[in-house]
Design a protein around this ligand. Sequence first.
Ligand code: HEC
Length: 129
Amino acid sequence: MRLQVKLLFAVAFLLILTSCSDFGNPVVAELPLVPQEVQSIFDQNCLACHGGSGNLYLAEAVAWENLVNEPANSYSAIRVVPSNPDSSVLWNKLIGSDLFGAQMPLGGALSTTDLNIIENWIQDGAATR
Ligand code: HEC
């Protein structure tokens, strides 16, 4: 009898333990983020000027939302049109096409490698990470 009682307690204890196992993991809403290699380009070349909450904010938590299918502030066009770099304000400014004002980063240009990463990202649908 004593053994049965002990077993009962052991089983009950295990049940309590397993039923609590989800407690430390609250469900966190996932932010849409641009791929890491694209964000690194923004971090290194753009945040100096686009790091505030003003005009165009390219910090990691908001870059995707502020770019994809978003109308530009200064131009009547969309910043990033998925699968269509040529229609995207971002891409035109990065290659200095003159369609939408000055080339970015202002006063310079991205390397060919970085340009390819961003062009491929837009061309492939501007997906999240
Ligand atoms: C030295 C400061 C500076 C840097 C660095 C810079 N920008 Fe800009 N950017 C500006 C200014 C000023 C404007 C507003 C004038 C204009 O539209 O050209 C602007 C405008 C833009 C716009 C148009 C926003 C809109 O909605 O009208 C885009 C897109 C943009 N920048 C992307 C970038 C990207 C991407 C980088 C990094 C590769 C970058 N910029 C780096 C200063 C900067």
